[in-house]
Every structure is written in C-alpha cells, then in structure tokens.
Design a protein around this ligand. Sequence first.
Ligand SMILES: Nc1ncnc2c1ncn2[C@@H]1O[C@H](COP(=O)(O)OP(=O)(O)O)[C@@H](O)[C@H]1O
Ligand SMILES: [Mg+2]
Length: 232
Amino acid sequence: MILDVRSIDTYYGLGHILNALSLHVGEGEVVALLGRNGAGKTTTLRSITGLTPPRRGEITYKGGSIAGLPPHRISKLGIALVPETRGVFSYLTARENLEIARRPGSRWSMESMLERFPKLREVLDRRGRFLSGGEQQMLAIARALLTGPELLLLDEPSQGLAPLVVEVVMGTVLELKRERVSMLLVEQNAELALRLADRVYVIDHGMTVFEGTPDTLRADPQIATIYLGVGG
Ligand SMILES: Nc1ncnc2c1ncn2[C@@H]1O[C@H](COP(=O)(O)OP(=O)(O)O)[C@@H](O)[C@H]1O
Ligand SMILES: [Mg+2]
C-alpha cells in the first residue's frame, strides 16, 4: 500500500468537512474518488498534501506518517497534486513553469514531457495566462511529473476541456497507469473515471458511501443515481 488515509476529520474553520474518511491506494493502483459537487473530494486531496491538514486521523505514505507535515515536505516525499485550478504561473512562460518544477531523480525528463504532450512544445515561450485550458492542464500534469512523484493526485483533470483534450489527458492517465504510477483520480465525470480505475470510492458530505470496483458500482444503480447523478 502506498497511501493509507485512516479516519480523517478535516475542517475549514468551524466547517466540519471530512468525517472519519478512510481510503487507501495500492502500489500501481488507480483509485477514483467520486461524488457530487461539494462532497469533499478536493478537501480530501488538500488533506493528503498538507494544504488543509486533518485535525484527527492518520495518513501514512509508504508506511510513514505524513499528517501534519508541511506541503513542501509531503511533495518532496513523492506526492504530486494536479490541482483543480491547475496552478499555472500566469506571468511565467510554459518553459519556465516546467523548469521550476524539475527535480533531480525524476524518472520523467523535460524532453519526455514534450514528447508526451507535443502541443506544449509549440507554446513553450508563451506565458501561462495566454495558454488555453487544455494547454494549462497538460502543463500542470507535465509539471507534476517533473517533480518525480510516486503518487499522483489529479483533481478533475477533464473539467472544462474540449473532448479532444480530454482524450489526451485520459490517454496520459492510462499510460501512467501502465508505467505503474499510483494515482488518486478525482472526477465529476464518473464514466470517464470508471474506465480507468481499479477501485472506486464515492463520498458524500465528507463520508464514504461506496467502496468497490467499477463493475460493482455500475451494478448499483441506486448509488449512481443518488450520488453521481448518472445512470438510474
Ligand atoms: N476554503 C473553504 N472554506 C470554507 N468552506 C470550504 C472551503 N473550500 C470548500 N469548502 C466547503 O467544503 C465542502 C467540500 O468542498 P470540496 O472539497 O471543494 O468539494 P468537492 O471537491 O467534492 O466539490 C463544500 O461544502 C464547500 O463549500
Ligand atoms: Mg473539487
């Protein structure tokens, strides 16, 4: 097991968002985290990466406790987050955005990222704020990989993207899966996530309401209808 989240409670001020939430990711496993808007998916990723540390519970990564560590320490241990907002620096060029992320020891090089996302090569000298949504998403993923993660957390990578770009992004997730990168994939688009995931959690109001395989979830129309707004 690469990541083990055990019964965490996370708050924003007085707002109690995650309630005894548990989940785990195995080595090389792709785990989907689903749930409707406001369910607590982003907060879960923020809890893992130390941006909003849990007040109670335990998080272990490769067997060591990480709950309470500052975000830069957690990142150095090999956990990379591709945030919902993508976090591209708008006044830096695409190349500069990549260069500042680069860390010695990453199994991915700048060149391999440009091969993976040929579109990025064309816009290397363009500033972040002039990149399209799709280019920003590819840049955000490339940047995360240049830090050399063993666990990649993706927050709604398909959100707001044209179908063709969604295919590129999801193709990348599939390639990374073949390279045995462990991933926690947050998606609003449940069908998309279910195609790629080995296992699935559905959360609602910061609590787990389903845990199982994509097939078990598909066979449970009630969960899909109530918590995902699909199927029925
Ligand atoms: N910075 C914040 N301050 C206060 N409440 C927040 C903040 N961010 C999110 N929330 C609340 O926490 C809940 C979970 O949000 P979030 O984790 O972003 O959900 P999801 O990613 O599943 O859509 C929501 O009710 C949301 O309104
Ligand atoms: Mg979110």
